[in-house]
Design a binder for this molecule. Structure first.
Ligand code: ATP
Ligand code: MG
Length: 194
């Protein structure tokens, strides 16, 4: 029996309840056995991100109480830019019986045609675009043939806003898992940067 596994790629700087709601909604609605948070190392579309070891630790803290959610840190463990297609090839090789579902928020769908070897990626995983407030799912003609859409509860939360909230000393509780909030404060991750 092949398993169905979801992948939610991101920088998770920090992980927040928006990520968890996407993962859990996709798991239930798509009938997935589990969802893995795929922590990006050096994403080519984003220049400045927090240290990978902190982002991995926070992702682990975010999922620790949920038997269906896991963290995959492989992209942080190698040098150079992160290409999703290479990660999918490695996963496919390691776990050939799994059907992979690559989840992505509506803000990331417009530029899919710029992804490295995207046609290969479409062959290796089912791509699912999830709703995100403030963003329409926009798909180029090729993507429209390959990417499914899924409605998830719309939570207007982003890591960018959370970093600003920490920097400004504003409320963050309940926007991130309790353990993540504690981790950020203990390590003063966003105090100076915003
Ligand atoms: P940043 O503001 O730093 O970009 P982010 O909140 O967008 O952070 P990412 O780590 O970039 O978080 O997101 C990982 C994945 O989760 C992306 O596919 C993103 O679109 C999706 N995502 C993040 N937050 C939400 C949300 N509130 N609703 C739906 N999808 C989300
Ligand atoms: Mg983002």
């Amino acid at each position: 029996m092949g398993r169905h596994v979801g992948l939610l790629g991101g920088t998770f700087d920090p992980p927040h309840v928006g990520h968890l709601v996407v993962a859990e909604s996709a798991r239930v609605d798509l009938g997935l056995d589990q969802v893995r948070l795929l922590v990006a190392g050096d994403p080519w579309m984003k220049r400045t991100v927090g240290e990978a070891h902190h982002r991995v630790a926070m992702a682990q803290a975010a999922v620790v109480d949920d038997a269906h959610l896991h963290v995959d840190a492989r992209e942080t463990e190698r040098d150079g830019p992160t290409y999703t297609v290479e990660t999918l090839e490695a996963l496919h090789h390691e776990e050939p019986d799994v059907t992979w579902h690559f989840l992505l928020g509506a803000d990331t769908t417009a530029r899919l045609d710029e992804w490295q070897r995207i046609e290969d990626a479409y062959r290796l995983a089912r791509f699912v675009a999830v709703t995100r407030p403030g963003h329409e799912v926009r798909l180029d003609p090729v993507a429209a043939q390959h990417v499914d859409e899924l409605e998830v509860p719309r939570l207007e939360i982003s890591s960018t806003e959370l970093r600003a909230r920490y920097a400004e000393g504003r409320a963050t509780r309940y926007l991130v898992p309790e353990a993540v909030d504690r981790y950020v404060r203990r390590h003063q991750l966003y105090d100076a940067v915003g």
